[in-house]
Design a protein around this ligand. Structure first.
Ligand SMILES: Nc1ncnc2c1ncn2[C@@H]1O[C@H](COP(=O)(O)OP(=O)(O)O)[C@@H](O)[C@H]1O
Ligand SMILES: [Mg+2]
Length: 385
């Protein structure tokens, strides 16, 4: 802490040092370390400035040992004395932030050594900033939690919406099984009852999704590879009982490479798309066709209608094409928004496409909407092959 003799005289330097020491708003401590068998274990305060006394409340520290002035210091901050010793042994000056538990305060400490075994520490109190930072961190954590809760709520409403569709399928198969014609034909009846059981199993898997919600942005790597044909065929059977007589559901499912998506998620997506097709056909008069196609394809510079990303590569595509009303221009801008619906209250929830959008992107896929000629819509879900 000697003034630079090249620029000021010793006398001026002394005045500068004295003034700084007295008036600096930061606390200054000048101290000598005490060693036991070569190890720094304590220190003696040789000088402390008024700011240090004010901040610490230690007015009679000079001449006393740290272990006497702040008895808990070594227990709360064993590393502090090590640092003082390192600098006092000729190490580089150091500047660091530390929480001193013994006095419940945060400091930024600038440390240097004017002579062997001695150190000068300048204490800048930063407790207020640290508390503000901690508050900010905890607010952030709360916000994140609130967002997660919201995501879980949304996915629960989506599941409730899809569960309703499955319950409709169960009721449909149960009605079929109860008909006289089925009673007269036990084989057919067993077939319907088997569909009831399969649909109920899907319902159970969906409920499982509410009971054990997974984070929304989970990646596809952990999902085992799946042959999409099997869950799609199963959904088509269920959908057949949900569609009114004027709608013909057909499918063309080709052999494709496995994809990383869960069967229940794929079924949720497919059910939502086909039922949207049903509604679009009802809106356009009530008769029409819905085609489901499963194909492998190589895509070049295609744009996702929802996230707008452009992508290329080998994909597996699940396409649902309907001959319905087509998407209105208002709807084509907003259809993926949560709760957006053009349907009458009770008929639409605005959840279907949000759920599809969330599920397809969660596994790194995309969705492409095509406007068909002369009329209708094709929704193409693509998954990395
Ligand atoms: N196949 C389709 N043909 C025409 N419009 C569609 C189709 N699919 C979705 N839409 C439009 O997107 C909106 C949002 O769909 P969705 O999120 O499934 O909610 P909901 O079906 O409950 O209205 C629909 O209300 C409709 O306007
Ligand atoms: Mg819908």
């Amino acid at each position: 802490m000697q003034p630079n003799a090249g620029t000021v005289t010793a006398e001026v330097g002394n005045v500068v040092w004295q003034t700084l020491f007295k008036h600096l708003l930061d606390g200054v401590v000048y101290a000598r370390l005490i060693y036991d068998r070569g190890l720094a274990v304590d220190f003696v305060y040789l000088a402390v400035n008024p700011a240090f006394m004010r901040a610490s409340g230690l007015s009679r520290a000079v001449g006393r040992r740290a272990s006497d002035v702040i008895p808990d210091l070594r227990a709360s901050n064993p590393e502090l004395i090590e640092r003082y010793a390192r600098v006092a042994a000729g190490g580089q000056p150091e500047k660091f932030e530390v929480f001193i538990g013994a006095i419940d305060q945060w400091y930024q400490i600038s440390l240097s050594s004017p002579a062997p075994e001695h150190f000068v520490a300048i204490f800048n109190g930063i407790s207020r900033r640290k508390r503000a930072e901690a508050l900010n961190d905890s607010l952030q954590a709360h916000l994140q939690q609130a967002q997660q809760m919201q995501a879980i709520n949304i996915s629960s409403s989506g599941v409730a919406h899809d569960l309703n569709n499955i319950l409709m399928a169960i009721l449909g198969f149960a009605d079929l099984a109860a008909r006289d014609s089925a009673i007269a034909n036990p084989k057919a009846q067993r077939g319907y009852l088997n569909e009831v059981r399969l649909a109920a199993e899907r319902a159970r898997e969906l409920v499982q999704k509410i009971l054990q919600p997974k984070p929304p942005a989970q990646d596809a790597d952990g999902t085992p590879a799946l042959n999409p044909q099997i869950p799609i065929e199963e959904s088509l059977k269920m959908l057949n009982v949900l569609l009114p007589a004027g709608i013909v559901l057909s499918s063309l499912l080709t052999q494709v490479p496995p994809i990383r998506v869960s069967g229940i998620d794929l079924q949720q997506m497919l059910m939502n798309l086909v039922l949207n097709g049903r509604d679009a056909i009802s809106a356009a008069g009530g008769t029409g066709t819905i085609n489901v196609a499963l194909t492998a394809c190589a895509l070049a510079q295609v744009q996702c209608t929802s996230c707008l990303a452009t992508f290329s590569g080998n994909y597996v595509e699940v396409e649902v094409a309907d001959s319905g009303s087509g998407v209105s221009s208002d709807a084509s801008r907003a259809m993926f928004n949560l709760f957006y619906t053009t349907k009458a209250p009770g008929a639409g929830s605005g959840l279907g496409l949000s759920v599809v959008d969330g599920l397809v992107h969660a596994v790194g896929g995309h969705i492409i909407v095509e406007h068909l000629r002369p009329q209708g819509t094709a929704m193409r879900l693509v998954f990395k092959a």
